[in-house]
Design a protein around this ligand. Structure first.
Ligand code: TNX
Length: 505
């Protein structure tokens, strides 16, 4: 009798514990379309990963990530193959099917295969000792082709090991642009052999040089390229240039924070620096920033002469003049210039990609779109990861940062393309980019705390089609990812209680 009761109890426990059908894995970003079926593909040590020709590098990457070494056909296999664009039009799109003893990933370009492989990594679940992939059919492709993250190395320096970890996570979540903000008042972080003082003087922190060598850059660019991430350099000019001014004061204004636009040799210096930048970074874009100059040139006789000569009335006119010359230099180097939306006020030519950040100036974004600029959208309220994440949590204490915490909920509620954009204007939006400014971020642990998991919400917004997003549903989907990030050694924020570690006063 006791045995029967115990048996019934065990049966009852099993029924309650086992849901009718296992919930699908919590994918981020959520694919465009997924149809789940009963059953699963078993992944064992003998599962073989196959990919020929251009698919081989992704197959190797996937085998490495999943710890699969088998080369011979085992009982199950993962097959990666390239198909014509007539079958899958978007080079970043892919088709994934798991059924029987095979997982198939198809794409028309290695990028799409890579994103299919990232989805597969998230689909693999471990139950006791064995790993499985649920039977599924996925058709997927991204909304935006620019899915970016900016890391500010100028204010506080972070070296290549920190960047490699971030690149790994960007790849896992299908982001594809890493912008490096390499220079600012506090430091110049990029070796330029022709101008050694930039790093000998301009990179010093408490007397110690802190910068990326040209060899470091090559390594970072390569590491990112293997993960289909483009590294875009940002070299600040004419403002935010204190570190360069401390190194070569002859090319700068009196207060030592902005380039001198009236001194002819300034442009040789700019060309010399940007030529090295263009050589080091294969990306087609060079970002010259062009933001927040203010009245940098007041009381400079040579700038007054320049104004008289060229009919420039205001400081803004001077900035426009300088901007046009820098644009010509960058285009002469065979690259596309990129700058912040301040350059719209400075009438930058429409070949310049404009990055919109001043969320209180939607009219500037509209003007840029009307003028025919390509656009990257980075409003401070939603995409500045130096802002605090919850009430009372640490973050940059800026005046403009009073619109409440920059929570995941706030990010998800946001639609990147303004409602009044015409279809033509909308088509100029390349995508979105979040910014990790580091005035107040001095350690890798805090950098990661501010970046994760908001980076996953960035991925969701950049990848998924326009539409309502359910914060509760996303937050639930996020939970296992936060744990997985932490298991990989990333200090992802779980909740407000994690912030106490960083509250210093
Ligand atoms: C504005 S975005 C800046 C950065 C600061 C950031 C701090 C932009 C063009 N300029 O230099 O680091 O705000 O939130």
């Amino acid at each position: 009798m006791v045995q029967i009761v115990r048996g019934l109890l065990i049966l009852l426990a099993l029924c309650l514990g086992a849901p009718a059908a296992a919930a699908p894995p919590a994918l981020i970003p959520m694919p465009l379309a997924a149809v789940w079926h009963d059953g699963e593909v078993r992944i064992g040590a003998d599962t073989v990963v196959e990919g020929r020709g251009e698919a081989a590098s992704t197959a190797d990457y996937l085998a490495r990530e999943l710890g699969l070494k088998s080369k011979r056909g085992g009982p199950s296999r993962i097959q990666l193959s390239l198909v014509p664009t007539s079958k899958i039009a978007n080079p970043e799109g892919y088709y994934l099917r798991a059924t029987g003893n095979e997982v198939l990933i198809e794409a028309s370009d290695p990028r799409g295969l890579f994103y299919g492989a990232q989805t597969l990594r998230q689909l693999v679940t471990t139950k006791s000792a064995s790993r499985t992939v649920p039977n599924v059919e996925i058709n997927d492709s991204p909304r935006f082709r620019w899915r970016g993250l900016l890391i500010d190395l100028g204010r506080h320096f972070f070296g290549k090991q920190t960047l490699f970890k971030i690149i790994d996570e960007m790849a896992a979540y299908k982001l594809n642009v890493l912008k490096l903000h390499l220079t600012d008042y506090q430091g110049w972080r990029l070796e330029i052999p022709a101008y050694p003082k930039l790093t000998q003087v301009g990179s010093l922190v408490d007397g110690k040089p802190q910068y990326l060598t040209t060899a470091d850059v090559r390594e970072i660019v390569q590491y990112a390229a293997e993960r289909h991430i483009m590294v875009v350099p940002e070299i600040e000019m004419p403002g935010h240039a204190g570190a360069a001014a401390r190194s070569y004061p002859e090319f700068f204004n009196k207060t030592g924070d902005a380039f001198n636009p009236a001194y002819p040799k300034t442009y040789d210096f700019v060309r010399g620096v940007l030529a090295e930048v263009a050589r080091l970074f294969p990306a087609p874009y060079v970002d010259f920033a062009g933001d927040e100059v203010g009245d940098a040139w007041e009381g400079m006789a040579d700038v007054d002469r320049l104004k008289a000569e060229h009919g420039l009335k205001t400081s803004n006119d001077v900035q426009a003049y300088f901007g046009r010359r820098v644009v010509a230099i960058i285009e002469g180097l065979g690259k596309r210039p990129m700058a912040w939306d301040d350059q719209v006020d400075a009438h930058a030519p429409n070949s310049v990609v404009i990055q919109w950040w001043r969320r209180d100036k939607p009219e500037v974004l509209k003007t840029a779109a009307k003028e025919g600029h390509d656009l990257v959208i980075s409003p401070a309220d939603q995409l500045y990861f130096d802002y605090h994440q919850g009430p009372g949590e640490p973050g940059a204490p800026w005046e403009g940062n009073k619109g409440g915490p920059q929570s995941i909920g706030k990010m998800l509620a946001w639609e990147p393309i303004p409602g009044d954009f015409t279809p033509e204007e909308s088509s100029r939006v390349l995508g979105i980019e979040a910014c990790v400014w580091t005035e107040f971020i001095a350690t890798e642990r805090y950098l990661q705390f501010m970046t994760f998991p908001r980076l996953l919400a960035l991925s969701e917004i950049a990848w998924r089609p326009k539409g309502q997003r359910d914060e509760a549903e996303f937050t639930k989907r996020l939970e296992p990812h936060i744990e997985a990030l932490r298991a990989r050694g990333i200090n992802a924020r779980r909740g407000e209680w994690d912030a106490y570690e960083f509250i210093t006063n």
